[in-house]
Design a binder for this molecule. Structure first.
Ligand SMILES: Nc1ncnc2c1ncn2[C@@H]1O[C@H](COP(=O)(O)OP(=O)(O)O)[C@@H](O)[C@H]1O
Ligand SMILES: [Mg+2]
Length: 258
């Protein structure tokens, strides 16, 4: 009998936060050319509300693939995945989009801004699915917050890579989501701007309790997260991290295999 996602799982963390993301035995195999390529296998992950989780790993390890699966943007070839307690396997694309709307923000590695929309229009886009009071002001405030208050009517091609990355960040946060996935959010930024983006991410994590799942090459960024996981050979392993307070910790975000 297949093991069910609902068996032997802790639904609350030690701090009594709910489990909002749960991957069990996740698998992704793609076929390109003649041979199937296994990217992820038997991958387990639990993320509780309010946590910050870093995923590190070499280029080509499957980090972007994993993030897309966890956010329900792509479908796994095996295993089970639940977001906010709902099993994604039972939902079609529209159902997954509804589940995400307003609750999940995503910062893509290559930004994926719509080329014909201005910076402001790109940031307003998620608000069409989740109307909130004062849409346009909200979007403007977010662009100001990431330092682009003077670039509201620029098209993506009129912005630098780092600026586009910050528009993507504003777009991910504009609906005040519970959970944000960010794929190398500081990858295209100079150290100063990168530090500002990191500060913004962690202040939201602290103040609004926004749960963060970040892919990063930045060891400093990974060390600031509650959990740091390495993706290697299609699986996640816990990293021992030393936090800025000097306290060593292990992750505990991986399901115990029984
Ligand atoms: N749709 C696909 N078809 C074929 N190969 C893919 C596909 N998606 C990803 N890959 C391959 O899977 C591996 C992992 O890709 P990716 O998730 O982008 O890695 P990372 O983000 O860690 O650099 C890479 O070798 C990539 O070429
Ligand atoms: Mg990637």
């Amino acid at each position: 009998m297949p093991t069910s996602l609902t068996d032997s799982v802790e639904y609350r963390s030690a701090e009594n936060s709910p489990l909002i993301l749960h991957a069990h035995d996740l698998e992704k195999t793609v076929t390109s050319g003649e041979r199937p390529l296994s990217i992820l296998q038997h991958l387990n992950l639990q993320v509780f509300k309010g946590q910050s989780v870093a995923i590190i790993g070499q280029s080509g390890a499957g980090k972007s693939t994993l993030l897309g699966l966890l956010a329900g943007l792509d479908t796994p070839t095996g295993g089970e995945l639940a977001l906010f307690g709902e099993s994604l396997g039972e939902l079609d694309e529209d159902g997954r989009a509804r589940l995400r709307a307003g609750r999940v923000g995503f910062v893509f590695q290559n930004f994926q801004l719509l080329p014909t929309l201005t910076a402001l229009e790109n940031v307003q886009l998620p608000l069409e699915l989740t109307p909130m009071a004062d849409d346009s002001r909200r979007a403007r405030q977010w662009l100001q917050r990431v330092g682009l208050g003077e670039r509201l009517s620029h098209l993506p091609r009129q912005l630098s890579g780092g600026e586009q990355q910050r528009v993507a960040l504003a777009r991910a946060f504009v609906t005040a989501p519970v959970l944000v996935f960010a794929d190398e959010p500081t990858g295209n930024l100079d150290p100063v701007t990168g530090e500002q983006v990191i500060e913004t991410l962690f202040s939201l994590n602290r103040e609004a309790g926004t749960t963060l799942v970040l892919v990063t090459h930045d060891a400093q960024l990974a060390a600031r997260c509650d959990h740091s996981l390495r993706l290697e050979n299609g699986q996640l392993t816990e990293q021992l991290t030393t936090r800025s307070d000097g306290e060593e910790q292990t992750s505990g975000a991986l399901e115990s295999t029984t």
